[in-house]
Ligand binder design. Structure first.
Ligand code: SF4
Ligand code: SF4
Length: 204
């Protein structure tokens, strides 16, 4: 239909709709901007030590401890060290490679007076905390507990996590996974290997 044939009241209604839609969009944007500004909290560790306890626990069907890269094993007493991830056709295969280990103490043996006694040399997984690879933070971290309650999703500001993100990136690179479909994980409770859960691998 030719534009000139559209009755004037219809044109006015359409224009009004467009105007209102834009006003609504502006309002939504301002609202989001306000929430975003309110939530710009740059992460600062409180040194409470809460993330250094409760390290060993059940995840799905298996029991896991603190994730360690191979050279980080020497930071902990050997009785706490177990394999974590391996790669190969099966664990008994001669080419099976252990890519990562885990530390099974529930309270970190390096925690004293709520302070890390090996802070300068702590493992990468500790350096990356409380950043979680899915793009948010661990809300169990004392710094974020109250803030997340107030601001929900808007608390995650990647810029404030430069060190944590680079530690995560280093873990991902140093794990050196070559065959993701041949990954195994070790259950500390049963002392046995099983096929790695894809969801846990994607969290590395
Ligand atoms: S729980 Fe959070 S605030 Fe407390 S020591 Fe760990 S990283 Fe720092
Ligand atoms: S190594 Fe340090 S930062 Fe890591 S869990 Fe132990 S006490 Fe905490």
């Amino acid at each position: 239909m030719c534009r000139s044939h559209i009755p004037q009241p219809v044109v006015s209604l359409v224009l009004l709709d467009i105007y209102e839609a834009r006003a609504l969009q502006r309002k939504r944007f301002l609202c989001q901007f306000k929430l975003f500004s309110m939530a710009t909290h740059y992460f600062q560790c409180l040194g409470c030590g809460e993330c250094c306890i409760g390290l060993f626990g059940q995840h799905g069907k298996i029991w896991l401890g603190l994730f360690l890269l191979p050279w980080e094993r020497k930071l902990f007493p050997s009785e706490y060290i177990h394999p974590r991830y391996g790669e190969g056709r099966k664990p008994s295969h001669r080419k099976f490679r252990i890519l990562a280990y885990q530390m099974s103490a529930n309270v970190c043996p390096h925690l004293a007076d709520n302070k890390c006694q090996i802070y300068e040399n702590r493992p990468l997984i500790c350096r990356s905390y409380p950043w979680i690879p899915n793009g948010t933070v661990d809300t169990d971290c004392s710094f974020w507990k109250d803030r997340v309650d107030s601001y929900g999703q808007w608390v995650t500001i990647a810029d404030s996590y430069v060190d944590e993100l680079s530690a995560r990136e280093k873990i991902r690179k140093d794990m050196d996974v070559r065959k993701p479909n041949q990954m195994w994980e070790y259950d500390v409770a049963t002392k046995s290997w099983g096929k790695a859960e894809a969801s846990r691998l994607s969290g590395l």
